[in-house]
Design a binder for this molecule. Structure first.
Ligand code: WT7
Length: 631
């Protein structure tokens, strides 16, 4: 294993080096992997196109690096330890050797069913080891995986399948989550009514729910896998060949299929995993995310496996069968590194210490958070009650688009500060810009967060829409990647993310586009216009607040609220449901017709006494009406 950065001094030296000589810096790290052929140029880039290439001409397969190269040194070590939703169900451990065999077998299943290099394969699966196996098998055959979070609706699933033109869908009969079963195959069936590109649907048996199988199209995982050989030579890929697509919400329009490529992603996922969490040989590492999100891709699957770690995978939810579940898992598995989301921390804090106290958490060494800014209260609770003031907390800022952690302290090595993501990782060059795009120098400044130099795991495009990729990330500020986040830099140069500056809402750590929720609501026949904003929510971070203009005065407001939220569930998924729906007769708009969300946000946050200048509104009187509403 490679050496980690092990002092603040060393961090500063590495950082300096990575800025002065980025190519040399990353090349040295890339040398530690298994390549079929060495790359030519380390980096070529042009943000105006944008075009970014790392390790061009290199040939490799990322799965050989995740699995094959560990077989000799750690073949018997547990690669994935899986914990079932139901605490009485036996957990499962797969050693590196076993995982390798399973991945090869499933790669053969894929091949036997017509999959080949470059195909897009959609995965809509519960958190079972087979999800990781399927992801890895896709990469082994050179197919591009597109994992869709199993909480998304049939419509979201079919939109994503169609956008990427996937030819295979891998799903399960159902998924266990807490006390509920998600009927994944039924949802897939509904989705597949409008996905002509899908030729095969491979179904993993998990819940033994009654489902229907369409002859010729649908096949069982377990029936295919017994026919499959456990040998599968990894496809040889180019450094810049696509590895996966992962959808993320945008501030307008449909979700964006963020495309990541092979070699740069690999190098960065491994490097950031080891250094941020200060992973040491033998540590048990647990990230509670779902593989349906980028956190699961980079820090349940790829990062830990590339580093040869033991990664825990949990099928369930933090509150089932009770709010002590996380801590029970930590105790039983002697977890050393624990990585979760602020929303989970707040939810568990609210349940009280009687769910924490029974458990021995002394195995913990490092704690982490991701997904949204963590408020100071939650940070203190996490530090005191979970870490027993003995575990550094890494507050890791990054995005689906960045592929890996960008700004974070390195556990116990670089300084931490509550609510601050702190300092950039080596190789990452953040900057703050003002509204005109001018870079703000020095400390004690606040602006928009941009990155001014490429890093290996950055997204390369939006699948099928390079123009949108350019418009979204590379046009607001010339020659810079724009993150969409607001940020401040304190007197010591430490970064604190203040939240989105666009119309993306982070709810319980999930990235939701207000436009997407609005268009789902607009489908209701009585809905004329909607405006979605976020408001501070004690557990979710942001709650969803909907202002809705109806065609006809609703007879039963409660019923209409439910119908509207049912549409959101159907079109986007239950996570996007509105917490509050207010019916209004008009919305505050500028003369040019743009909704003034700033005003709606203030009202939703209960700050209607402080609305600022509303004189530019087309009709300022609507504000008075909206303000008087109490729910
Ligand atoms: C957005 C990206 C990265 C994996 C999970 C979310 C927010 C993420 C932090 C943090 C403050 C954070 C940002 C970012 N965010 N981590 N540590 N502190 N904000 O990925 O769905 O692509 O969302 O999440 O606003 O832009 P994502």
């Amino acid at each position: 294993m490679n050496k980690n950065i092990n002092s603040f001094e060393e961090y500063k030296i590495e950082y300096e080096k990575s800025i002065k000589n980025p190519e040399e810096f990353w090349e040295e790290l890339a040398n530690n992997f298994t390549w079929k052929k060495k790359w030519g140029k380390v980096l070529s880039w042009d943000f105006s196109k944008p075009e970014i290439k790392w390790f061009e001409g290199g040939k490799l397969n990322i799965i050989e690096n995740c699995l094959d190269r560990h077989l000799e040194t750690r073949g018997e070590q547990t690669a994935i330890k899986w914990i079932a939703n139901n605490p009485n169900e036996q957990s499962r451990s797969l050693s590196y050797k076993e995982l390798h065999a399973e991945v090869c077998k499933f790669a053969n299943v894929l091949k036997n069913n017509g999959a080949k290099k470059g195909d897009r394969i959609c995965l809509y699966m519960p958190m079972v080891p087979e999800l990781a196996i399927a992801v890895l098998a896709c990469a082994r055959i050179g197919a591009i995986h597109s994992v869709v979070f199993a909480g998304f609706s049939a419509k979201s699933l079919s939109d994503r399948i169609n956008d990427a033109d996937c030819n295979i869908l891998i799903t399960a009969d159902g998924g266990f989550r807490g006390a509920k079963i998600t009927p994944l195959k039924d949802i897939s069936d509904e989705a597949m009514q409008s996905t002509p590109s899908i030729k095969k649907c491979i179904v993993f048996e998990r819940t033994k729910s009654k489902i229907s199988m369409q002859i010729g199209r649908d096949i069982w995982w377990h029936k295919e896998i017994i026919k499959a050989n456990s040998d599968f030579p990894a496809e040889i890929m180019d450094s810049e060949d696509p590895l996966f697509i992962l959808y993320t919400s945008g501030s307008t329009g449909k979700p964006k299929g963020i495309l990541h490529t092979t070699a740069g992603y690999m190098v960065y996922a491994e490097y950031s995993f080891r250094n941020v969490f200060q992973y040491k040989e033998g540590d048990v590492y647990w990230c509670t995310a779902d593989i349906g999100w980028i956190t699961g891709h980079s820090y349940i699957v790829y990062g830990p496996l590339l580093a040869g770690a033991t990664t825990l995978m949990f099928e369930g939810v933090p509150t089932y069968p009770d709010a002590g579940r996380f801590w029970k898992i930590v105790e039983e598995n002697k977890v050393n590194i624990f990585y979760t989301a602020p929303t989970a921390i707040r939810a568990l804090e609210a349940k009280g210490m009687e769910f924490v106290n029974p458990y021995d958490l002394s195995s913990l060494k490092v704690l982490g958070t991701v997904g949204e800014p963590i408020n100071e209260d939650a940070w203190r609770w996490y530090d005191k009650e979970i870490g027993k003031e003995n575990c550094p907390i890494v507050d890791t800022w990054w995005q689906t688009e960045t592929g890996g952690i960008m700004i974070s302290n390195l556990a116990g090595i670089t300084p931490s500060k509550p609510t601050f993501a702190t300092l950039p990782l080596p190789g990452i060059q953040p900057c703050l810009v003002d509204e005109k795009g001018k870079e703000m120098e020095g400390n004690n400044v606040e602006g928009r967060l941009c990155i001014k130099f490429p890093w290996p795991s950055m997204a390369r495009t939006i699948y099928g829409d390079h123009q949108r990729f350019k418009n979204t990330y590379f046009t607001a500020f010339e020659n810079k990647y724009f993150t969409g986040d607001g940020c401040l830099r304190d007197e010591n140069g430490m970064y604190r993310i203040t939240g989105r500056v666009d119309d993306v809402l982070i709810v319980s750590g999930h990235n939701l586009g207000t436009a997407e929720i609005e268009s789902a609501m607009d489908e209701h026949e009585n809905v004329c216009e909607t405006a979605i904003v976020g408001y501070p929510h004690p557990i979710k971070g942001n709650g969803v607040y909907a202002y809705i203009i109806c065609h006809n005065q609703p007879e039963d407001e409660e019923r209409l609220r439910k119908e509207i939220n049912d549409l959101v569930t159907k079109n986007v998924g239950p996570i996007a449901k509105a917490d509050k729906i207010q019916f209004v007769s008009g919305l505050p708009k500028t003369r040019s017709g743009k909704i003034m969300r700033r005003i709606l946000r203030k009202i939703a946050a209960g700050e209607s006494d402080n609305l600022g200048d509303i004189s530019t509104l087309l009709d300022p009187s609507v504000v008075d009406e909206i303000k008087t509403f109490v729910q």
